[in-house]
Unconditional design. Structure first.
Length: 145
């Protein structure tokens, strides 16, 4: 099955932010959406340009409890940082024309729960959620032959 076909049957949006969003806004956005584990940074032209993990956001939130950061350092970082500075520009994606089976290996190899799917111009089209794929495979395996 092609990724495009999977997305039609199992639509799933990505959590996206803009490069100029402040750390505070990023945290508010992530915490407002239950179950959101990753945020993707989208350029003004709509292309996917970066990834911010839940782990990174948690580290920022909990930095004051870590001995290597002073409260002042934390506040300076929170008040001046933005998504463009925090994002990782190296992240894994899938294309619409790829086979689902091929991208599942990529998803498992990189420990990615929601794999972003992009079109030929780099714009996000949705995500492949690993739990949904597992549910589908399980249902298929239990069907009578």
């Amino acid at each position: 099955m092609k990724v495009a076909e999977w997305l039609k049957q199992h639509p799933r949006d990505l959590g996206t932010v803009h490069p100029d969003w402040s750390v505070e806004t990023i945290i508010d956005h992530m915490l407002a959406i239950p179950g959101l584990r990753d945020l993707y940074v989208v350029a003004p032209d709509g292309r996917l340009i970066g990834h911010i993990s839940y782990h990174k956001v948690a580290c920022i939130l909990l930095a004051e409890h870590r001995p290597e950061h002073t409260r002042r350092q934390l506040m300076e970082h929170v008040s001046t940082g933005n998504a463009g500075e925090l994002m990782n520009s190296h992240f894994v994606t899938a294309g619409l024309d790829e086979e689902l089976e091929d991208i599942l290996h990529r998803q498992l190899d990189h420990y990615i729960e929601d794999l972003p799917v992009i079109d030929d111009s780099g714009k996000p089209m949705g995500a492949i959620n690993l739990a949904q794929v597992l549910e589908s495979f399980r249902a298929y395996a239990q069907e009578p032959t």
